[in-house]
Write a protein that binds this ligand. Structure first.
Ligand code: SF4
Ligand code: SF4
Length: 416
């Protein structure tokens, strides 16, 4: 689609990037059929092709309305449409830019979001991205969990013990992104990762100055705040990288997809561009990392296979893994090698509705998607559901008594 950028966007990095993305769309509509919000709402403007058309109008300077913002808000940023698109349209980047432009234009015209919505967005940005504050609130919430209203209880998982963090020193070292909400919501995920890598001869380091990957701020329109988070993390990790750390390890695919974009997002920052590119290149989701240890895993696999034998799990691949990072099939292969009967459910390409802050900002659509996903996941009567992102895990667990956990926790138990 040919786009003539409005004066205020001409020559800007965001404007030119958005124009080139829209230019690749041939309007075929293949993506529409696989879009979860189009499937739920049946409105062309709640599908990727319609949203691209809306954003093209915005880029060209046509009037922006609250309806434009609503259709963009309802997008999960699941990027399923990117996996389907035959033309390579980078929809995720486009919608990040489009949302920011729409918000700025409406603000400039005095059309503010309702007060409740503004507060929710502020609370998410300021609360989720501060691990100490979030951890205190989570511990308090867990103490009074039975008394909480259902909507809040859904966000407060039952407390779990993290288990021991290994103390062994190894010559091979990697850096872990601790994350902002995961350590208090599910502390065992990072500890299990450290134990598994320890068994494989790798010491996992955590830079305490690092924090949120920046996705929460960036995807709620605060691009500057998100990039500041990225710069802080790069500063925290860089000395460890210079000292020989082999990889930046991601245990949440939502963070991984963001950190892998640091290089692109900071490409015009003279001070950070090179380091950001290097950090992104070193970033690995756990499912990319463990196959590198196939030989070691094979040595341990005998006992693990006996332990795993007979266990049936349903695997939910997060959108940020299967669409955002285009990583498919690896978790299933790994668990199968360890003797686990692992199943993908029907429509496994569809989002579970968690989608970062979406379950808070668009609860009605989010819970419809969760319930559909759980019905599919539970059809095989699994002993447990496994996934690869804390948001999906918490969201799914809020709707079922079947245990939902990170797949690395299962591997950790099998290798014990
Ligand atoms: S990102 Fe997901 S919800 Fe948004 S348009 Fe694409 S497929 Fe639909
Ligand atoms: S599949 Fe790709 S090219 Fe076709 S309408 Fe969707 S985004 Fe455009």
């Amino acid at each position: 689609m040919q786009t003539t950028l409005a004066e205020f966007l001409r020559g800007t990095p965001d404007g030119e990037e958005a124009k080139s993305i829209v230019g690749k769309c041939v309007h075929c509509g293949f993506c529409t059929a696989t879009c979860p919000t189009y499937q739920l709402l049946g409105d062309e403007l709640d599908g990727p092709r319609g949203r691209i058309y809306l954003m093209k109008q915005v880029l060209e300077g046509q009037p922006v309305t609250e309806s434009t913002r609503l259709h963009l808000d309802r997008c999960l940023t699941c990027r399923n449409c990117e996996s389907t698109c035959p033309s390579g349209v980078r929809y995720g980047r486009l919608v990040d830019i489009g949302r920011k432009v729409v918000d700025e234009r409406l603000e400039a015209e005095g059309v503010r979001r309702p007060a409740g919505e503004r507060f929710a967005r502020w609370a998410l940005r300021e609360g989720m991205t501060r691990p100490a504050l979030f951890g205190t609130a989570m511990r308090l919430g867990q103490r009074v969990r039975p008394l909480l209203p259902q909507a809040l209880r859904n966000k407060v998982p039952r407390p779990v013990a993290a288990g021991a963090w290994p103390r062994n020193a190894h010559a091979r070292k990697m850096v872990l992104l601790d994350g902002c909400v995961q350590p208090s919501m599910s502390p065992n995920i990072n500890a299990a990762t450290a134990r598994v890598l320890d068994r494989l001869g790798v010491q996992l380091l955590v830079a305490r100055e690092a924090g949120c990957c920046g996705a929460v701020r960036y995807h709620t329109g605060d691009h500057d705040g998100g990039l500041d988070n990225a710069r802080r993390n790069i500063d925290a990790w860089w000395p460890l990288v210079e000292a020989g750390a082999e990889a930046i390890v991601m245990t949440a695919s939502g963070c991984g997809v963001m950190v892998k974009e640091y290089g692109h997002l900071l490409r015009d920052d003279a001070r950070y561009a090179e380091r950001a590119r290097r950090i992104s290149a070193l970033t690995r989701d756990l499912c990319e990392l463990l196959p590198d240890f196939a030989d070691n895993l094979q040595d341990m696999a005998g006992a693990a296979r006996r332990a795993g034998n007979g266990q049936r799990v349903a695997y939910h691949p997060p959108c940020t893994l299967q669409h955002g990072q285009q990583l498919r099939g690896r978790v299933e292969a790994l668990l199968t090698a360890l003797g686990v009967d692992v199943r993908l459910c029907a429509d496994s390409h569809l989002c579970c509705g968690s989608a970062g802050t979406y379950s808070v900002l668009q609860p009605a659509l989010s819970y419809r998607l969760r319930d559909d996903k759980l019905a599919n996941l539970q059809a095989s009567k699994p002993d447990a559901i496994v996934s690869a992102n804390i948001g999906c895990i918490t969201h799914l667990q809020s709707g079922t008594d079947t245990p939902v956990q990170h797949w690395i926790e299962l591997v950790d138990r099998l290798l014990e």
